[in-house]
Design a protein around this ligand. Structure first.
Ligand code: NI
Ligand code: MN
Length: 230
């Protein structure tokens, strides 16, 4: 009973959960850090945090090719249906849905959400993903600032937190440390850094601070790299 996390660069992750694959924010085409082409991915479920192009990415192409349902907000789900995506779940903040191998809840994110053409993309979100068999729980914060209600997500006993550390568009390193103190995860994985000039960060500096200043274990992955949590 384990979850294998693979970083696909930026905020894109592939999760192998008890033999099922979940893809989050699959931005691969045009992503300078992407270790794979989207054609190589075969998710059973796609989670999409918001409409910005560096998250929306290849979602439509992957969903159409695989038939994987897309879990996202109501506005993005409607937009996807208009582009031929067969199965969407247009949820909203605080909503939760059971799939047979995971439960997914949409969390608050302090950010914005518009489509690449500037049209309204609904509210941005993060996700709490709980594996049905193992009970392992992940908190994927999405693009967000630090906010104090992260402590309430921490009360749900988070095994792995995924936090942006790039600064400029989201929280940076200093606020990610405060977030970890609120969330109290066993492991923390950095994301949303080094993709663009505005978000260049030193992940080893971040990891040293995590080790020295929090109780969490930092997991810094190379693009394409994996970590298994048990
Ligand atoms: Ni964004
Ligand atoms: Mn972003």
């Amino acid at each position: 009973m384990a979850i294998k996390l693979t970083w696909l660069g930026h905020s894109a992750f592939s999760l192998d959960i008890d033999g099922h694959n979940v893809l989050i924010d699959p931005y691969l085409s045009g992503n300078p850090l992407a270790p794979a082409a989207h054609e190589s991915l075969s998710p059973e479920l796609i989670l999409l945090s918001h409409a910005h192009g560096d998250h929306l990415g290849d979602t439509v192409a992957i969903a159409k090719r695989t038939g994987a349902p897309v879990v996202t907000n109501f506005e993005i789900a409607s937009w996807m249906e208009n582009r031929g995506v067969a199965v969407t779940h247009g949820m909203n903040t605080g909503g939760q849905m059971d799939f047979d191998f995971v439960t997914v809840k949409l969390t608050i994110a302090c950010h914005s959400s518009s489509f690449p053409d500037g049209s309204y993309g609904g509210m941005p979100h993060g996700f709490i993903v709980t594996a049905a068999d193992s009970g392992l729980r992940l908190y994927y914060a999405g693009d967000t600032a630090l906010f104090s209600d992260m402590a309430m997500y921490g009360d749900e006993r988070i095994d792995v937190a995924f936090l942006p550390i790039g600064d400029y568009f989201t929280m940076g390193i200093a606020d990610s440390l405060r977030a970890i103190q609120l969330i109290r995860p066993r492991y923390v994985v950095p994301m949303h850094y080094n993709t663009f000039p505005q978000i260049v960060q030193d992940p080893s500096h971040w990891a040293n601070r995590i080790t020295n200043e929090t109780d969490a274990t930092p997991i810094v992955l190379d693009p394409g790299g994996s970590f298994t949590v048990e």
